[in-house]
Design a protein around this ligand. Structure first.
Ligand SMILES: [Zn+2]
Length: 261
């Protein structure tokens, strides 16, 4: 079943866009560094999504490119399409807000849901961050690192995610086990997945707090050539992955107690 889903998804991603809809509206935006964003919408009734993405994409690009300082231009396609169509063609769940795959960001639109501009912009920032990470690391960043960065760049962490992480830490006395084995969070039970996103965000936040944005940026650019992530981490930050995560767990235990008070 999983393989079928995956194959369907790959099939959709390779489809010429005209086959997703005969009536695509599009707009291409060129950024000063030669990166481009092309925004597609499958139906006029989703135009409000198209307009919001169109209006905000340059400022989102600017924030992300300041953080990542891309070593080569990005070409990213944003595809706004009906959630039913998205679900039928990919086999993926229709609760997904947006998803990044191979230089494309799919934004499924749910008919019955109220339009939420803030949520849409957070999703765009999150998925666009994945595009930037992939541009630098060629997909070699561990899952938690990729997600942690995307969540950190998205903005404030949702209180419910914080609470779930605090409960998890209180129970297990550690958060690092959430990110063990480089397993996709989508495969974890929902509460654990949310705690894993939160932990990954804290992990990235702690790196930035201790070493600064300049150092994490330098490190991101090294990941592509890393045989072993933990060895590169150790070499770059002069601390082992295990020392760093143990100290983070100690801090999070204190934080979790306060959070749950
Ligand atoms: Zn993500």
């Amino acid at each position: 079943m999983k393989l079928t889903v995956h194959l369907f998804f790959i099939a959709l991603c390779l489809l010429p866009l005209e086959l997703i809809s005969e009536d695509l509206k599009q707009n291409k935006i060129n950024f000063p560094d030669n990166s481009t964003a092309i925004i597609y919408v499958d139906d006029i009734k989703h135009e409000n999504y198209f307009n919001i993405v169109n209006k905000n994409i340059s400022s989102i690009y600017s924030v992300l490119s300041k953080f990542f300082k891309p070593s080569k231009p990005l070409t990213t396609e944003f595809i706004i399409l009906d959630s039913q169509k998205f679900q039928t063609q990919t086999g993926l769940a229709n609760w997904i807000n947006a998803i990044y795959h191979k230089e494309r960001i799919f934004i499924p639109v749910k008919e019955h849901k109220e339009f939420d501009e803030d949520k849409l912009l957070r999703s765009i920032k999150h998925e666009y961050a994945h595009a930037f990470i992939n541009n630098e690391t060629k997909g070699k960043a561990p899952y938690f690192f990729d997600e942690g960065l995307a969540v950190w760049l998205e903005g404030e962490l949702h209180p419910s995610f914080k609470l779930l992480l605090a409960s998890y830490i209180k129970k297990h006395k550690s958060g690092v086990r959430l990110i063990k084995n480089n397993v996709s969070f989508a495969k974890l039970p929902s509460k654990e997945a949310k705690a894993a996103y939160a932990y990954s965000r804290f992990f990235i936040g702690e790196i930035i707090k201790q070493f600064g944005i300049f150092e994490i940026n330098k490190f991101i650019k090294k990941i592509n050539n890393c045989d072993k992530f933990s060895a590169c981490f150790n070499e770059h930050f002069k601390t082992t992955f295990s020392e760093f995560s143990t100290k983070l767990d100690e801090k999070l235990l204190v934080w979790a107690k306060k959070e749950l008070r």
